[in-house]
Design a protein around this ligand. Structure first.
Ligand SMILES: Nc1ncnc2c1ncn2[C@@H]1O[C@H](COP(=O)(O)OP(=O)(O)OP(=O)(O)O)[C@@H](O)[C@H]1O
Length: 711
């Protein structure tokens, strides 16, 4: 039947005309064709036999990515995985008693008889696993099918998990829309995947209220966006905006700004040993991302508003006078609901209308002509007294230091001359921050941490364009976001509908990110946010997770530990090599792992420069590999060489962590987080290489790995 419907849709010719309605219908048809093609190859992946209380029959439900009804009877043939009844498939955890799900009409209870997973590829049934069978001798729900899925190799894209969503993940996916979900999840707990499934769920459940184009995913970089780009199409969802906060903010601000090159900063922060960026609340990212900075800017804007209307009345010619008190009344009372610059625009129109009326009272045509000329000149002069700040000039004025050059280029010469120094009430900008900022602003360059405060100012000056608001916002890797970024996003999203997810243990950008989720929770009214934790890790084998947990505990004793699923693999291998044998050891390890079952392998180093050298060395050895640096937009799969801080969010069948010595990774919190990120990228195999003394983070855990010396 699916094939029949698909054929019917495919037989409609594509529309190539200019009629917008027809274009929309054509786009809808194409989306349907895509979804149905998938459903025709793999119509369902699950079966649940359920007997509703008070019903005689046990009904088999087939669950798939796309719901399908019988043409004649209207009875469901396949239930969409997002439908209320399908939640039973995910939440049912065994047991003799009743299971239940929340239907639109209330709670439905009943007995589950069978929970079956099926793998169908290209219409051929490949695998059947009963994870629960009430009639068997031992009717407990097993993880067999999940383990089978987790044991598979990965290619270069994140995949959907509809057939094996776990109960704790399902609870998040199906949470109500108008709440800010904040999720702390250990590495590999499925945070990114769950967020994407949640979007598909929200679009299904609230289809009359929200639109895909009005949803946005904010992720750390373009390569990561490419890596996750397959999941939504696999779930039959298109058109959701996927971008970075920086790209979104620059586009929204539309103020001809460019970002200062961050490479130097990152190099300094991620260098080992040596001098680091300061890690306190005076660090630029922490300071400019703080709520106290936002409040101080708010107070500066209040002062700006108070002094907005210039001194003096408007008197275009003798006898005509528009008192300042009247202008203030219009500005502060009648137009108070408009943003400041809109009020200015309105006032200009209003004063022009007042002038017209005054002119109409002048009978003599010659006098009128003269007054008209005078009036418009006077108005021009008067309007020049009004502030003409842009977001950038206002923001910049907060950083000008006493005696600094006020005529520095800030766009138009006129506003540069008017750039005055403004106070930040109740807050001193740390000298180093003011200095660095002022130097960058002179050439209209800003830092990523400047974007959120500028968006905050933009709202007060110009308001938020209704076309730019969102129905839902997903913030991935949110531990690297600042409270001010989330506060600003909250102005752009309707009803505080957020999914905010991250892992504090992977907070390797601590110079800008948060220390505790409370920093976000406190931004929302009580009851407007929900906090969840995900502790089970699905990506890596038990051996890798145990090893990674110990690494983390070595630097952060009270960090949340990941709970592995019961998937056992090879022991982690720690290889000590002579310093001069580093390259040959890497080459041998790469060759060994690439010739095995792994489809994706990563060599993870500490710095970008070191990875570049390793990449060149591998190419010399005729081993083709991709270097992942901060400029890369696409993840290619195969063999990658990647600095540890850019590996965050990605995963590989096998990982070779190089230079795990005491010099590259000390025993401190920052290095523990970095090494933890590195270890948890591996699905099946983890090799750790070092020369000389190993990092203290892996000291004392001999039982957790096999030692080789050398390969
Ligand atoms: N229920 C599940 N069934 C099958 N695979 C799952 C499940 N949950 C997560 N996974 C797999 O675990 C891996 C990790 O998922 P994901 O990248 O979404 O986790 P994460 O919490 O965002 O990780 P990290 O913080 O380390 O980047 C992916 O390969 C994903 O497919």
């Amino acid at each position: 039947m699916i094939s029949r419907r698909l054929q019917a849709l495919q037989s409609v010719p594509r529309y190539a005309g200019d009629d917008v309605n027809e274009q929309i219908l054509d786009a809808i048809r194409q989306d349907k064709i895509r979804a149905m093609s998938g459903a025709s190859d793999e119509p369902y992946f699950g079966r649940l036999d359920f007997q509703e209380e008070k019903e005689q029959d046990v009904r088999p439900l087939y669950i798939g990515k796309l719901g399908m009804e019988d043409d004649k009877s209207g009875q469901p043939l396949v239930v969409d995985w997002r439908a209320p009844v399908a939640s039973l498939f995910y939440s049912f955890n065994g047991g003799e008693g009743n299971a239940s799900y929340e239907a639109p009409d209330g709670l439905i209870e009943g007995l589950v008889y069978l929970k079956r997973n099926l793998v169908i590829r290209k219409q051929i049934l490949q695998r059947v696993v009963d994870t629960y069978d009430r009639s068997s001798d031992n009717p407990a729900v097993t993880d067999e099918f999940l383990l089978y899925r987790l044991g598979e190799n990965k290619d270069n894209k994140l995949r959907d998990i509809v057939s094996t969503i776990q109960a704790e993940q399902d609870q998040i996916i199906r949470s109500v829309k108008n709440t800010a979900l904040i999720i702390q999840g250990v590495a590999g707990s499925g945070k990114t995947t769950v967020a994407l499934h949640r979007l598909a769920y929200l679009l299904y459940q609230y289809r009359d209220q929200i639109r895909a184009e009005r949803m946005i995913i904010l992720a750390p970089n373009r390569m990561f966006l490419d890596y996750i780009s397959s999941v939504l199409p696999e779930l039959g969802v298109g058109h959701i905006q996927q971008t970075t906060f920086e790209d979104w903010a620059l586009e929204t601000l539309d103020d001809r700004l460019s970002l200062a090159d961050e490479a130097k900063r990152l190099e300094r922060w991620f260098a080992y040993g040596g001098d680091k960026l300061e890690l306190n609340d005076e660090a630029p990212g922490r300071f400019k991302g703080s709520v106290r900075f936002m409040h101080a800017i708010g107070a500066a804007l209040d002062e700006f508003e108070t002094g907005f209307v210039p001194d003096g009345d408007f008197d275009p010619w003798p006898g005509a006078r528009l008192p300042r008190a009247k202008i203030k009344e219009w500005f502060f009372e009648e137009y108070k609901h408009y943003p400041l610059m809109k009020r200015k625009e309105r006032l200009e129109g209003r004063i022009k209308r007042w002038l017209e009326m005054e002119l109409n009272e002048t009978r003599d045509p010659n006098v009128r002509k003269d007054r008209k000329k005078k009036g418009s000149q006077k108005l021009k002069t008067y309007l020049k007294l009004w502030p003409d700040d842009t977001v950038f000039t206002f923001y910049r004025s907060l950083f000008l230091q006493p005696g600094s050059d006020k005529s520095g280029s800030s766009g138009s010469g006129k506003s540069a001359d008017k750039t005055v120094r403004r106070n930040l009430p109740g807050l001193d900008i740390p000298a180093a921050v003011a200095d660095e900022s002022e130097r960058a602003y002179r050439s209209r360059r800003v830092f990523p941490e400047d974007l959120a405060p500028m968006l905050y100012i933009s709202e007060r000056l110009y308001g938020i364009d209704g076309n730019r608001t969102f129905d839902h916002v997903v913030v991935d890797e949110a531990q690297d976001f600042s409270p001010l970024q989330v506060a600003v996003l909250n102005r752009y999203v309707r009803n505080g509908s957020f999914t905010i997810l991250g892992d504090l243990s992977q907070g390797i950008h601590a110079y800008k990110g948060i220390r505790s989720w409370k920093e976000f929770v406190s931004l929302f009214d009580s009851g407007a946010s929900g906090y969840y934790t995900l502790e089970r890790s699905y990506r890596s084998t038990m051996e890798i997770i145990r090893f990674a947990n110990l690494v983390l505990a070595g630097g952060i004793p009270n960090a949340m530990q990941a709970v592995p699923v019961f998937r056992s693999g090879e022991k982690v291998k720690v290889l000590r090599h002579a310093p001069e044998a580093r390259n040959s050891t890497i080459v041998r390890a790469v060759r060994k792992l690439m010739s095995g079952t792994a489809s994706t392998v990563a060599v993870i180093g500490r710095t970008e420069a070191e990875c570049k050298d390793v990449h060149t060395m591998l190419l010399r050895e005729d081993i083709s590999a991709t270097l992942i640096d901060s400029q890369r937009n696409k993840y290619e799969g195969g063999l990658s060489v990647v600095p540890v801080y850019l590996a965050k969010g990605l995963e590989f069948d096998a990982v070779i962590l190089i230079d795990a010595d005491a010099a590259h990774y000390g025993g401190n919190e920052h290095d523990a987080k970095l090494l933890y990120v590195g270890c948890t990228r591996a699905l099946h195999e983890l090799w750790v290489l070092h020369a000389g003394e190993a990092t203290p983070l892996i000291a004392g855990m001999d039982d957790e790995y096999s030692k080789y010396s050398p390969v």
